[in-house]
Design a protein around this ligand. Structure first.
Ligand SMILES: C[S@@+](CC[C@H](N)C(=O)[O-])C[C@H]1O[C@@H](n2cnc3c(N)ncnc32)[C@H](O)[C@@H]1O
Length: 108
């Protein structure tokens, strides 16, 4: 398999525009996780609940849905958000502002 190019990496995150992020939870988490990927969102959330710690780096944050809904083992988790896409970072950071997350714009 040929190596992934920089252009492909950039294209992979470019779809997460503010308009896309506004419908992401319904479209991806509500429909495609269950019907296309056959891995319903409640199952993924249970995975977060089982494995999340009070010192967490989330890479590829999307809308921050799971960080918003999961049960942290502490009321004041230390939370860093990493994403290439500034809109996704802003969207998720705003959503979980109560945890005072630290956003980082970077490519994984
Ligand atoms: C499919 S969404 C997943 C969102 C979230 N983890 C979820 O499960 O709902 C992919 C996220 O990864 C980010 N992303 C895609 N490629 C990336 C890369 N190479 N480095 C960092 N972030 C990337 C996108 O901007 C987007 O926020």
């Amino acid at each position: 398999m040929p190596p992934i190019t920089t252009e492909q990496i950039h294209a992979g995150q470019a779809v997460y525009t503010p308009n896309m992020l506004a419908i992401y939870d319904v479209l991806v988490l509500g429909l495609s996780n269950r019907w296309i990927w056959k891995c319903p969102t409640p199952r993924l959330l249970a995975h977060y609940d089982r494995h999340i710690s009070g010192n967490h780096l989330d890479v590829g944050v999307g809308t921050g849905y799971f960080l918003d809904r999961c049960r942290f083992p502490t009321a004041t988790p230390r939370l860093a958000l990493m994403d290439m896409n500034r809109d996704a970072l802003q969207f998720s950071a705003r959503r979980i502002a109560r945890y005072r997350p630290r956003p980082m714009c970077a490519m994984s």
